[in-house]
Design a protein around this ligand. Structure first.
Ligand code: PLP
Length: 368
């Protein structure tokens, strides 16, 4: 298998796997129990939070363990209880869904053909808003947003900022306290940690009404017995990602560029977001007359795992809302193909994928 779908889920880092297994082998452990086993669990949970904080550049008390990116987005957006929310036109469904459930009116700020946010339109939308939500990096195109710049504009108008950093953490150096955001969402399985665990950073003093109430876990901000093994796995993955980052980002970018050159050489191909700063691992392409599902099925037959736009919308023939927002024609936006690399990919894998691509596109194209 050639795995080129790390933006859907990155492979579990071996150090995270070892840490999770060790945590599970410790026996029953509820960090709220008074007895010795409970105290050991509490110490391990506190240790995991401290490691996460050190890797992310914030204080441990600013981090809430959640079940993943979707919950972190929901807790920030619904927990901020905004009157009106300003979001970018290319946010993940987790953000769009949370806005919908909050009941707040939503203003969407557009992007250009390269996926770059219209900062003048953002300025016009901010006055009077209760929250702005912007992603750090787009899951489909890998386009990176100027979050520090967005934060300055939000601060000038007294609007709190939530940043969905789910795709950025682990792929880019991210220091949470330097982003200028009030809330930041992180997901374990996107960065070499396990599924079912994530983090929400909440700047000290930022408003947060809990979604789940009951127990006093996470300082009353997220009730429910903590996922200790998940937290330990996430902390280990974050630490490993931070230590390995400069080297893995460089290697991955070189492999991505190699594959992207092959993609561009396919007749009728277009790579989206190419003119913007992008994650080092992501390629989003479309091909004349091709639909995502046919491309993905043909790649799958060759043992190659990729994705059509976001994994959450695969299985449908809907055009990618991200590409539509970038001005791509609906017929073309139906054919989004995303390759997202990880640190374990090899030159041989990239060359095999590249060698198969032109033939696959010619086979599945309705113009072929
Ligand atoms: N935000 C972004 C940008 C994502 O790419 C994803 C997942 O694809 C999420 C949020 C949701 O994260 P999770 O799968 O951990 O719920």
């Amino acid at each position: 298998m050639i795995y080129l779908d790390a933006n859907a889920t990155a492979p579990l880092h071996p150090a995270a796997r070892a840490a999770i297994l060790a945590a599970l082998d410790e026996g029953p452990a509820n960090a709220s129990s008074i007895h010795a086993a409970g105290q050991r669990a509490r110490a391990r949970l506190d240790g995991a939070r401290e490691q996460c904080a050190a890797a992310l550049g914030c204080t441990p008390r600013e981090l809430i363990f959640t079940s993943g990116g979707t919950e972190s987005d929901a807790l920030a957006i619904r927990g901020a209880q905004p009157g009106r929310v300003v979001i970018t036109a290319v946010e993940h469904p987790a953000v769009i869904g949370a806005c919908k459930q909050s009941g707040a009116p939503v203003v969407r700020v557009g992007v250009d053909g390269n996926g770059r946010l219209d900062l003048d339109a953002l300025d016009a939308a901010l006055p009077g808003a209760g929250l702005c939500s912007a992603m750090l990096a787009n899951n489909e195109t890998g386009v990176i947003f100027p979050v520090e710049e967005i934060a300055l504009r939000c601060r000038a108008r007294g609007v709190p900022l939530h940043v969905d950093a789910v795709q950025a953490v682990g792929k880019l150096p991210v220091r949470l306290s330097e982003l200028g955001a009030d809330y930041v969402a992180v997901s374990g399985h996107k960065l070499g940690g396990p599924h079912g665990i994530g983090l929400l950073y909440v700047r000290r003093g930022a408003r947060l009404t809990p979604l789940q109430i009951g127990g006093h876990q996470e300082e009353g901000r997220r009730a429910g017995t903590e996922n200790l093994a998940g937290a330990v796995g996430l902390a280990t993955a974050l630490r490993a990602a931070a230590a390995e980052l400069p080297e893995t980002a460089q290697r991955t970018a070189a492999l991505r560029d190699r594959l992207e050159a092959a993609v561009r050489a396919v007749p009728g191909a277009r790579v989206h977001g190419q003119g913007s700063p992008r994650l080092p691992n992501t390629i989003c392409a479309t091909f004349d007359g091709c639909e995502s599902e046919a491309l993905l099925a043909a790649l799958d037959l060759e043992g190659i795992c990729a994705s059509g736009g976001s994994a959450c919308s695969s299985g449908t023939l809907e055009p990618s809302p991200v590409l539509l927002a970038m001005g791509v024609e609906p017929s073309r936006a139906r054919g989004a193909l995303r390759f997202s690399l990880w640190s374990g990919n090899t030159e041989a894998e990239i060359d095999r994928t590249a060698a198969l691509l032109t033939g696959i596109v010619a086979r599945v194209s309705c113009r072929g």
